[in-house]
Design a protein around this ligand. Structure first.
Ligand code: 4GY
Length: 253
């Protein structure tokens, strides 16, 4: 059995810990498939006020995370895991956009993954130059800190680890696998407030059900996120269905 290892460096461990102790992430950790340690950057300060941030050189609003505690934290990590290579990721809006593809790669990463979370306005550039291998952004908006983004990265990678999702849940794993949106889902009752579940799903005809799901996934993608079709992994059958859908829905190109 293999374990995916994360180290989260943050000034606010409480922001990260809650979600790691619930639901699927909690179970993945209990099964030993996922290992996450959360460390407080403030524990690596050496002055009596435990100063982790300071005002920016050149002036301006906001505070900047000081380099010393972060460098000390890394020295602590290297001492704790001698000879181990670390992969250090800074969560920031300046990073490359995080995608399912990167989640898949990270779920197979052998190195211990250090997720460095900034807070306040910024982090001293010398930290980025010396310690950070990669900057990742979870989207084009600004958070109060990298903590929620770190959780997004952990969550997206962890659910791809074999054994983290139970049998009941594991089918979900494929829904973004081909780069398409998911098809609609229904559960009992077969009719609710006059709304019927599509007959094909009650038919027991598994070939027809799979065909319906593929078609609905293509339809949802075409209507909601058409740009995904340019990079999706489509079979010949998918392309045929897509052409039919475009005709029916009177969509050009
Ligand atoms: N977007 N994706 C993001 C973010 C907050 C100032 C550096 C994002 O990943 N992280 O907005 N992070 C900033 C706050 C310091 C991190």
């Amino acid at each position: 059995m293999r374990t995916l290892n994360f180290e989260v460096l943050t000034l606010f461990p409480g922001l990260v810990e809650g979600p790691l102790n619930e639901s699927i992430l909690k179970r993945g950790r209990e099964k030993g498939l996922l290992n996450v340690t959360v460390r407080n950057i403030r524990d690596y300060t050496e002055d009596k006020h435990k100063t982790a941030d300071d005002s920016p050189y050149g002036g301006g609003a906001g505070m900047v995370l000081k380099p010393e505690p972060i460098f000390k934290a890394f020295e602590g990590l290297r001492a704790e895991y001698p000879g181990e290579e670390l992969l250090t990721i800074l969560l920031s809006p300046q990073g490359r956009l995080f995608h399912q593809k990167r989640a898949e790669e990270l779920s197979e990463e052998k190195k211990r993954i250090v997720l460095l979370c900034g807070h306040y306005e910024a982090i001293d550039e010398r930290v980025i130059d010396s310690l950070v291998d990669e900057e990742l952004s979870i989207g084009d908006y600004v958070l109060t800190g990298g903590e929620l983004a770190a959780l997004v990265v952990i969550d997206a990678a962890a659910r791809l680890l074999p054994g983290v999702l139970g049998d009941e849940e594991s089918a979900y794993r494929d829904s973004f696998g081909a780069g398409l949106l998911d098809h609609p889902h229904y559960t009992r009752p077969a009719e609710y407030r006059g709304m019927r579940v599509p007959d094909v799903l009650l038919s027991g005809n598994h070939a027809e059900i799979e065909k319906w799901r593929s078609r609905e996934a293509l339809k949802a993608t075409l209507l909601k996120r058409p740009e995904l079709l340019e990079t999706a992994d489509l079979t010949d059958e998918d392309r045929k269905m897509l052409a039919e859908l475009k005709n029916e829905l009177e969509i050009g190109s």
